[in-house]
Design a binder for this molecule. Structure first.
Ligand code: ZN
Length: 208
């Protein structure tokens, strides 16, 4: 009787191990990056986290350098030279004039960024000792940043604290009127980092 009981137990155990391994495999398959998109840094391929999958910026939306215009020094942080599409510059100018009337001063510390610049940011962070998996959590992969379009701006200070600022409150209330949207808003799931300082001028006719 005991013997049969042990055999029975073993069968149960084997069955349990089998189900458990299948479960692990399916979790592995799901988290094992369904995303096959990758970037290349120093000839090495780095796969992208799921959240960037399918979000590559259409190259048609990436302007030539000659199409970009410099924004006024009065709107830039320190002596940064910041370039945007003419329509982004115009919308930003108009919005900053309106903000001034409410005693809010919009200062930009990033506008157009090329793919190679974006790659350099990642490379530098990695050289300073941060693992790729960490860097890619807060730096967009080259080819995936809205800054490639000349339509995105980062307001000062471009850090988490911005969400508590009067400037942010003003933008939440007024930016839409000038065509700007907050791309990476407060995400309650915590999957996408909140970038309250990053605003994007939607192309005309884009209603979403
Ligand atoms: Zn940004």
């Amino acid at each position: 009787m005991t013997f049969f009981y042990i055999i029975h137990m073993k069968k149960q155990l084997i069955f349990f191990i089998l189900v458990f391994s299948l479960l692990l495999m399916s979790i592995e398959l799901r988290s094992g990056e369904d995303c096959q998109e990758y970037i290349t840094i120093e000839d090495l391929q780095y796969f992208l986290p799921e959240r960037w999958c399918g979000k590559k910026i259409d190259s048609l939306l990436m302007p030539e350098t000659s199409e970009l215009v410099k924004i006024p020094d009065s709107l830039t942080f320190e002596d940064y030279r910041i370039y945007l599409l003419p329509e982004t510059k115009a919308a930003l100018n108009e919005m900053s004039e309106a903000a001034k009337k409410d005693s809010v001063f919009l200062i930009v510390d990033s506008g157009f960024r090329s793919k190679s610049f974006q790659k350099r940011i990642i490379k530098e962070r990695m050289l300073s000792g941060e693992p790729y998996e960490k860097v890619i959590n807060y730096v967009a992969p080259p080819g995936y940043s809205q800054h490639h379009t000349g339509r995105a701006v980062d307001f000062v200070p471009s850090v988490a604290l911005f969400a508590n600022s009067e400037t942010y409150r003003w933008l939440k209330e007024n930016a839409a009127g000038y065509g700007f949207v907050e791309t990476y808003g407060e995400d309650t799931t915590g999957l996408i980092p909140w970038e309250s300082w990053h605003w994007y001028l939607e192309p005309a006719g884009d209603n979403h």
